[in-house]
Design a protein around this ligand. Structure first.
Ligand SMILES: [Zn+2]
Length: 415
C-alpha cells in the first residue's frame, strides 16, 4: 500500500517540481523579454516631435488657402505671418503651398475656441516637409526636413506583345517602371521598334516613406532582348561613378559627332532671334548651319534609326534620325540622300546625305538640329553623356561583378 502510494506521489512531485521550475524560468525570463521590448518601443513622434502633451490638428490645403490664412485659423498673428514672409527666401517661399497638401498643427492651448499653434508643419511633398516653430517668443524658426526613404528591392520580367507600356500593365507592374526602364536602356533598346516576343528582365527598387509608396527608384541591372540580341545593363563603378555597361564592358551610351560633316565654317549659330536671310525677318534659329561645298557627305551623328527622309518646302531634302527615346537629329537642304531609307538602322558615321541648297537656302550648307525630349537644343553646346568603357585595369573586377548581376537577372522568373 505504502509502495503503491509512492508510485503515485513521486510522479506528482516530479511534475510539480517541473511546473515550479517552468514557472520560475519563465518568470526569470519575462523581465528580460520586457526589457528588450521597452528598448524597441519608441516615444511616438511626428515630424521629429514627441507628440505627448500636444493637441494635433491635421488638414489639407484647400482652394483659396494661403499659408497666412491657414495659420490665422490656428492663432498665428498677421504680424508673425508677415515676419515669415520677410524671412523666407526662395526655399521657404510662403506662397508655394499647393492644393491638397497636408499640414499638421501642434497646439498647446485653445483660446476663444482657436487652437494656438506652437509648431506648424507643411508637407511640401511625400518626402519633404517644412517646420515652422513658434515656441520661442519673438522668434520663428523655419526648417526644411526630409523623411527617411526606405528602398525595397524588386524584380520584373515580361514578354512584349504590343508595347512596353502594355507589357507593364498586363504583368501588374507600375507604368513608372516603363519610364525608368526606357531611360536605363535608352541608348541600346529602340523602344519604337519593339517586336512581339521581345522580352526583358530587370532588378529595380521601389521607394517608401513609412508605409507609403512614393515611387520607383532605379533599375539596378537588367537585360532586354530585342532583334535577336540580349542587351545588358550592368552597373559598375569606376572613377567613383556608377554607370551601366553592356556585357563586354562597353558603356551603354553612344557618343555624338561634334559636327556631322567636314565643314568650312559655321554660317549661322543657334539663336532665339536672328535675321532670316531669305525672309529678312527676325526669327529664331534653333539649329546650326554648317557651310560646306556642294556634295560634301553628311554623317549620322550617332547610332539610330532613320525616321524621316523626304522633301519639305523649307527644309528641302532632309533626314531625321531617332537615336533613342531622348535624342533625335535633323539634317536639311541635302542635294541628294544617302543609301538609307526610313526604318533603316544607321551607325555613327554612315553617310545619310550630301550637302546641297534645296528648300529655303541661300547657298550650300547643312542645317543641323539636335532634339532633346522633343525640344531643339544648341548642337554646339550639346554635351551628350560620356561613353566610357570599363578600364582594362578594372576588367577583372568588372567580370566578377558582371557574373553576379547576370546570374541574378537570369534567375528572375518570367511571368
Ligand atoms: Zn539653318
Amino acid at each position: 500500500m505504502k509502495k503503491k502510494l509512492l508510485y503515485i506521489i513521486i510522479p506528482i512531485v516530479l511534475i510539480a517540481v517541473a511546473v515550479v521550475l517552468i514557472i520560475l524560468f519563465s518568470k526569470k525570463n519575462r523581465p528580460i523579454v520586457e526589457e528588450t521590448k521597452v528598448v524597441e518601443e519608441k516615444i511616438p513622434e511626428l515630424y521629429g516631435e514627441p507628440i505627448e502633451g500636444w493637441m494635433l490638428y491635421t488638414d489639407t490645403v484647400r482652394s483659396g488657402d494661403f499659408l497666412g490664412t491657414i495659420m490665422g485659423r490656428y492663432g498665428i498673428s498677421p504680424q508673425q505671418v508677415d515676419k515669415i514672409a520677410k524671412m523666407s527666401c526662395d526655399t521657404f517661399n510662403v506662397t508655394l503651398i499647393n492644393l491638397g497638401r497636408p499640414f499638421t498643427v501642434f497646439a498647446d492651448t485653445i483660446i476663444d475656441s482657436i487652437p494656438q499653434a506652437k509648431i506648424f508643419v507643411y508637407e511640401n511633398s511625400a518626402v519633404k516637409f517644412t517646420k515652422y516653430d513658434f515656441r520661442t517668443p519673438d522668434t520663428i524658426f523655419i526648417e526644411k526636413f526630409e523623411k527617411p526613404i526606405d528602398t525595397v528591392n524588386l524584380e520584373a520580367a515580361g514578354v512584349i506583345e504590343s508595347s512596353l507600356w502594355n507589357a507593364m500593365i498586363n504583368n501588374g507592374y507600375s507604368w513608372e517602371l516603363a519610364i525608368v526602364m526606357s531611360q536605363t536602356f535608352a541608348w541600346t533598346v529602340d523602344f519604337y521598334a519593339l517586336q512581339p516576343g521581345d522580352w526583358f528582365k530587370v532588378l529595380y527598387s521601389e521607394l517608401y516613406v513609412g508605409d507609403k509608396r512614393i515611387g520607383i527608384g532605379d533599375v539596378q541591372a537588367g537585360v532586354f532582348y530585342q532583334g535577336g540580341k540580349e542587351l545588358w545593363a550592368i552597373p559598375f563603378t569606376q572613377d567613383s561613378t556608377e554607370c551601366f555597361f553592356d556585357s563586354v564592358g562597353n558603356s551603354m551610351r553612344k557618343t555624338f559627332l561634334l559636327a556631322p560633316l567636314e565643314y568650312t565654317h559655321i554660317s549661322s549659330r543657334y539663336s532665339n532671334a536672328r535675321m532670316h536671310p531669305i525672309f529678312h525677318k527676325v526669327t529664331e534659329h534653333l539649329a546650326v548651319d554648317f557651310s560646306a561645298p556642294m556634295g560634301t557627305p553628311v554623317y549620322a551623328a550617332s547610332d539610330g534609326t532613320i525616321v524621316t527622309r523626304t522633301f519639305g518646302t523649307g527644309a528641302g531634302y532632309y533626314v531625321a534620325i531617332r537615336h533613342n527615346s531622348v535624342y533625335s537629329t535633323v539634317y536639311m537642304h541635302f542635294s541628294r540622300f544617302g543609301e538609307y531609307n526610313v526604318g533603316d538602322r544607321v551607325t555613327q558615321g554612315d553617310i545619310i546625305g550630301y550637302v546641297g541648297s534645296t528648300g529655303w537656302s541661300t547657298g550650300p550648307h547643312l542645317h543641323y538640329e539636335v532634339h532633346e525630349n522633343g525640344r531643339k537644343i544648341d548642337p554646339l553646346k550639346f554635351e551628350p553623356p560620356p561613353a566610357e568603357t570599363v578600364d582594362s585595369s578594372n576588367l577583372e573586377r568588372f567580370n566578377k561583378e558582371k557574373r553576379y548581376w547576370i546570374d541574378k537577372v537570369n534567375s528572375v522568373k518570367m511571368k
